[in-house]
Design a protein around this ligand. Structure first.
Ligand code: ZN
Ligand code: ZN
Length: 215
């Protein structure tokens, strides 16, 4: 007879997987209670030490699942850090949903998993029509003991020379195609709509050319 304990349904057959030491079985996936979590899935995990500044759930990627019994299923995860959790703290170019794939591994109970989430590349994230609550993006890896980011070089934009923040709207220069933050130009989204923008560099170059041809 199936028996439910703590939200887990006892299986009548042993889960399939690789049997190994100490009664442990390595699984590729595990279902609790109706969601199947697989190695490679990104998930939200309850954070025991949640504070007002840090969201209650942490983002992680499942790297392994160890089944001992229905009461002990351990999930090996690799954590994603949020900007506020890094040594540097949140920077102006960090997005609202930005996370960094860290070298911080952790073993948690499968019961600590709150649900699935998706960690996109920055490019894919920017193509999303609607950013859902479970959508995040990652463009850096983070070494949690040294605070180092990889890559340590990314393209910068605008007069402020900042890496791309997908939350800050930008506009193209019609001539050079470089991107500029509306905020840095002092332009509102309404004003930017249909604006045929030419950056100051391109317009001063044009002025030079026209003064040369006029002289
Ligand atoms: Zn700017
Ligand atoms: Zn330009």
């Amino acid at each position: 007879m199936a028996r439910t304990r703590g939200g887990l349904t006892r299986r009548s057959t042993k889960p399939e997987g690789t049997a190994s030491a100490a009664g442990r079985t390595r699984l590729e996936s595990y279902t609790i209670p109706t969601t199947t979590y697989r190695v490679g899935d990104c998930v939200l995990i309850s954070r025991p030490n949640a504070t007002a500044e840090l969201p209650a759930a942490l983002v992680a990627r499942i790297e392994g699942i160890d089944f001992y019994s229905v009461n002990k299923v351990d999930v090996h995860v690799r954590r994603y850090y949020r900007p506020e959790e890094t040594f540097e703290g949140a920077q102006r170019f960090h997005g609202r949903k930005e996370v960094f794939l860290s070298d911080h591994w952790q073993v948690v109970s499968v019961r600590a998993i709150e649900g699935k989430c998706t960690v996109h590349s920055l490019e894919d994230y920017m193509k999303l029509g609607n950013v859902g609550a479970a959508d995040y993006f990652c463009r850096f890896e983070y070494a949690h003991e040294t605070g180092a980011f990889h890559p340590n070089y990314v393209p910068v934009y605008c007069i402020c020379e900042m890496p791309r923040n997908p939350d800050l709207p930008m506009i193209h220069c019609r001539e050079c195609r470089h991107r500029y933050h509306l905020k840095c130009l002092g332009v509102t989204i309404e004003e930017a709509n249909g604006l045929n923008y030419v950056c100051s560099e391109c317009s001063s170059r044009k002025e030079c050319v026209s003064s040369v041809t006029n002289s």
